[in-house]
Write a protein that binds this ligand. Structure first.
Ligand SMILES: [Mg+2]
Length: 279
């Protein structure tokens, strides 16, 4: 049985609108009890916020189906330094995830400066974060996406804020979101599947497809978002499959296409005598 890690923006919806047929694809996953997670590099919303947003678009999913880079970052930090402290440039999704993983949010002497998306960032926050990094706090990015799509075009993303702090401090951030294996492996483990059974579906070569390729997952690029077929010439790696949108995907067909043939070594070995007796 395969399982799917599915990007949302450009795959399920674009702007505030559902991509035609995306609801049918997700309903197919639910009906066949195929394991899947929505994977987002947006740390602004909690998994409940994301699930509610999808429900309002007519997709009947639960919180457990959502895996955000905020969750991945908080789990990673809880593993690295249990019960630590963080100064956060970010919003509800990131703050909630850190609290849920035993972190305290502080405004001085943090173990980590953690950067996410948001609209509430101010120069004063960046200035405070810079001083903390220079004093020894570790710089962690929820993701390095340079910008985020909105209804009216692009806005600066988490990667832009991180770049400002990196330039000012001379310190390189550690990033957890796609294409980092930290997030992709975490989501795969959340599904309870192994590498051969995991398929990434996304519209961005630098995050979804690169992350999947690096971990040996199967990858499907959809052209319903930010990438066109002509863009593929710019990359040294390719997805396993390219479709116009998730509406073109057939679960039973994918299962046949992506399930590896039985490895030779597990076939019973025949003795010389048995081979002679074969028709
Ligand atoms: Mg996307």
């Amino acid at each position: 049985m395969l399982g799917y890690l599915i990007d949302m923006d450009g795959v399920i919806y674009r702007g505030g609108h559902l991509i035609p047929g995306a609801d049918r694809f997700i309903n197919g996953l639910l009906r066949t009890e195929t394991p899947f997670r929505f994977l987002t590099n947006n740390s602004q919303r909690t998994r409940r916020d994301v699930a509610t947003r999808l429900q309002r678009l007519g997709i009947d999913v639960e919180e457990k189906h959502v895996y955000t880079c905020a969750m991945a970052t908080a789990r990673f930090l809880a593993h690295q330094k249990p019960g630590g402290t963080a100064f956060v440039i970010g919003e509800g999704g990131l703050l909630t995830a850190l609290h849920e993983n035993g972190y305290a949010i502080v405004d001085r002497d943090p173990d980590y400066v953690v950067v996410g998306e948001g609209r509430t960032i101010s120069f004063e926050m960046v200035e405070a974060a810079l001083k903390m990094v220079l004093a020894g706090a570790k710089l962690v990015a929820t993701n390095l996406d340079p910008n985020c799509p909105t209804e009216s075009g692009l806005r600066p993303g988490c990667g832009s804020t991180v770049a400002m702090l990196e330039t000012a401090s001379g310190v390189k951030a550690f990033s957890v979101g796609k294409p980092s294996p930290v997030m992709l492996r975490g989501a795969r483990k959340d599904l309870g599947l192994n590498t051969d059974q995991t398929v990434v579906i996304g519209d961005t070569m630098e995050t979804d497809i690169l992350g999947g390729v690096q971990l040996g997952f199967k990858t499907i690029l959809v052209l319903s978002g930010g990438t066109s077929r002509d863009d593929l010439h710019d990359y040294a790696y390719r997805p396993d499959k390219i479709v116009e949108s998730v509406a073109d995907l057939d679960l039973a067909k994918l299962e046949r296409e992506f399930t590896p043939d039985e490895p030779l070594l597990t076939r019973p070995r025949l003795s010389m005598r048995e081979r002679q007796l074969q028709p």
